[in-house]
Design a binder for this molecule. Structure first.
Ligand SMILES: Nc1ncnc2c1ncn2[C@@H]1O[C@H](COP(=O)(O)OP(=O)(O)OP(=O)(O)O)[C@@H](O)[C@H]1O
Ligand SMILES: [Mg+2]
Length: 215
């Protein structure tokens, strides 16, 4: 069982896009996936309603209930849980990080957006959970820009994830249709990006669980 918290206090950084697509690719890969929507804007829940509640299931949660809902979902057989959080909300982000095995901080690779993740990084550090910044919605071909962004992220004391979700219109088109990119354009580049990220997460969580058990 894996619980991923998606947090960033910066609005519009790609939290919900990452949450729904990651849960959808996990489901397609054989997991029983669940999205816990802790955002009063209820964007992930809206996406769930647009797809007539086709799996992955989306449930909502007030911040103090997140841990209990993760426990209940686990008891009911969920194997991959993604907790989507609102911007500017310490309590939802804190409770989501507390419940998570891994924290992902989506961030656009621009100077303003990168500067704004420092607060999120400080919050995540309090909980000592594995955490990575995932670059979102940047240009597909800009290796130098990603190298510089990665360097800046490291200077904040956090590692960038080796997989990125680049700026692709299909993310917007799929969401508007209540779909994930893996359903909307299974052979597309966005689907390949999210599948690669999911595989990396699965390997990473397995590795850290084993290391933890060996201690
Ligand atoms: N990789 C991407 N490529 C293209 N568009 C993207 C990508 N990621 C996100 N977007 C678009 O950017 C906008 C904001 O994304 P999203 O709603 O996922 O951000 P958020 O962090 O959840 O926002 P909020 O802080 O308001 O909850 C949406 O219109 C979404 O479709
Ligand atoms: Mg959102």
């Amino acid at each position: 069982m894996t619980t991923i918290a998606i947090v960033s206090q910066k609005g519009g950084s790609g939290k919900t896009t990452l949450s729904v697509n990651l849960a959808a690719v996990a489901e397609v890969s054989g997991a029983i996936a669940l999205i816990i929507d802790t955002d009063p804007q209820a964007t992930a829940s809206q996406w769930g309603a647009w797809r007539n509640n086709k799996a992955p299931e989306v449930i909502d949660s007030a911040p103090p209930r997140i841990l209990a809902k993760v426990g209940a979902a686990r008891a009911q057989g969920a194997t991959f849980i993604v907790v989507d959080t609102p911007p500017h909300a310490d309590s939802a982000a804190s409770r989501a990080v507390e419940a998570a095995d891994l924290v992902l901080i989506p961030c656009r690779p621009s100077a303003f957006d990168l500067a704004a993740i420092k607060t999120t990084v400080s919050l995540v550090r309090l909980f000592d959970k594995p955490a990575f910044v995932v670059f979102t919605a940047g240009p597909p071909q800009a290796p130098r820009m990603y190298e510089e962004a990665a360097e800046l992220v490291r200077s904040f004391g956090i590692e960038p994830c080796p997989h990125i979700l680049t700026d692709r219109a299909v993310y917007r088109h799929a969401s508007a249709a209540g779909a994930s990119v893996i359903e909307f354009e299974p052979d597309g580049k966005a689907a390949a990006e999210i599948a690669a990220l999911h595989m990396w997460i699965a390997a990473h969580v397995n590795m850290s669980t084993r290391a933890h058990e060996e201690v």
